[in-house]
Design a protein around this ligand. Structure first.
Ligand SMILES: [Fe+2]
Length: 278
C-alpha cells in the first residue's frame, strides 16, 4: 500500500499533496481490481445448487474463493494470503517513505506484467494494460518527488523495469489519451500544491508531466453482474431478495424500478462472460 505522511502535513504540503493524490487513485484501483475479479468469476462456477454445482471448482488453487467468497473478490492475493496492517508503511522519514513508495510502484509494474502474461480473459488484460500505464505515472511521480527533495538524478534509473507499454495493445488507448503523463488530484479544491513537485519531462518520452484539471479520469457505469446460484446462500434466493426489496421500495414511496446507474450492456453479461470462459 502506498504510504502517507501522517504528521507535519502543512509544512510538507507539495509532497503531502502528491502522496494524497496518488493514494486516492489507489483506492479506485482496488475497486477496479475487485470489479475485474468479480467479472472473471461470473460463470466460473455454473449450475444450480443441490446437485454438486461446485464440484468443478474444488481443485482450483484458491478454493477459498468459492467457499467464502460467493464468486466475489476477497481481500487477498492470488494464493489466498489476506491483506493486513503490515502493508501500511509510515517511517516518519519522508525520503524513506517516498523511496518505499517508488519501490512499491516499480515492483507492482513488474508483477502486473507477469499477470498480463498469465491471463487471456479480456477483463484481466484490460485491467493490467490500464494499471501498467497509471502505475508508471505513480512511479515517475515518486521519483520526481525524490529528485525535488534530495537532488538525486533518478531520471537515469528509467525505464525501470523495462516495460514497453506503448507496444501493449491494452495500454495503447490510455497512452494515446495522455494518461501516462497526468496526475489526478481527486478534488477540485484541494491538493493544488502537487504542481510544485509533479512537473518537468517524463523520463522515458520527454513529454511534459501535467496535473489534470479534471478531478478524476472519465469512467463508465459499472456492470450489474448477475447472481451466481452455484455459490448459493441457503436463504434467500436472489428472486426472493428482489421481491422483498421491491416491497420495501414500494412502502418507502420509491419508484418501482431500482434506481442507480448501471451499464446498459449488463443484461447479456452472463452469456458473454460464460462464452469467454468456455
Ligand atoms: Fe500506483
Amino acid at each position: 500500500m502506498n504510504c502517507c505522511v501522517f504528521r507535519g502535513r502543512q509544512s510538507a504540503r507539495p509532497f503531502y499533496d502528491l502522496v494524497a493524490s496518488i493514494a486516492a487513485e489507489e483506492f479506485g484501483h482496488i475497486e477496479l481490481v475487485a470489479t475485474t475479479i468479480n467479472t472473471m468469476l461470473t460463470g466460473a462456477a455454473a449450475g444450480e445448487p443441490g446437485g454438486g454445482a461446485l464440484g468443478d471448482v474444488k481443485s482450483t488453487r484458491n478454493t477459498q474463493q468459492f467457499i467464502a467468497g460467493g464468486a466475489a473478490a476477497l481481500v487477498q492475493d492470488s494464493m489466498g494470503k489476506p491483506w493486513n496492517g503490515d502493508y501500511v508503511f509510515s517511517s516518519g522519514d519522508l525520503v524513506e517513505d517516498l523511496t518505499h513508495n517508488f519501490f512499491l510502484e516499480t515492483g507492482a509494474r513488474n508483477n502486473k506484467l507477469k499477470v498480463y502474461e498469465m491471463v487471456e480473459h479480456p477483463a484481466a488484460r484490460a485491467l493490467t494494460g490500464y494499471l501498467l500505464v497509471r502505475g508508471g505515472v505513480h512511479q515517475v511521480a515518486y521519483a520526481r518527488a525524490l529528485e525535488r527533495l534530495t537532488g538525486a538524478d533518478l531520471m537515469k534509473l528509467f525505464p525501470s523495469p523495462r516495460i514497453p507499454t506503448d507496444k501493449i495493445p491494452e495500454s495503447q488507448p490510455h497512452i494515446e489519451r495522455g494518461e501516462h503523463l497526468k496526475l489526478y488530484r481527486f478534488s477540485q479544491e484541494d491538493f493544488n500544491e502537487v504542481v510544485a513537485v509533479f512537473n518537468g519531462p517524463h523520463p522515458e518520452t520527454g513529454e511534459d508531466l501535467t496535473v489534470a484539471d479534471v478531478p478524476h479520469p472519465i469512467g463508465a457505469p459499472a456492470h450489474d453482474l448477475p447472481p451466481q446460484p452455484a455459490v448459493f446462500a441457503p436463504d434467500y434466493a436472489p428472486e426472493e431478495i428482489a421481491e422483498i426489496a421491491q416491497k420495501l421500495r414500494k412502502k418507502a414511496g420509491l419508484p418501482n424500478e431500482p434506481t442507480g446507474t448501471v451499464s446498459e450492456e449488463s443484461a447479456d453479461m452472463l452469456q458473454t462472460l460464460t462464452g469467454k470462459i468456455g
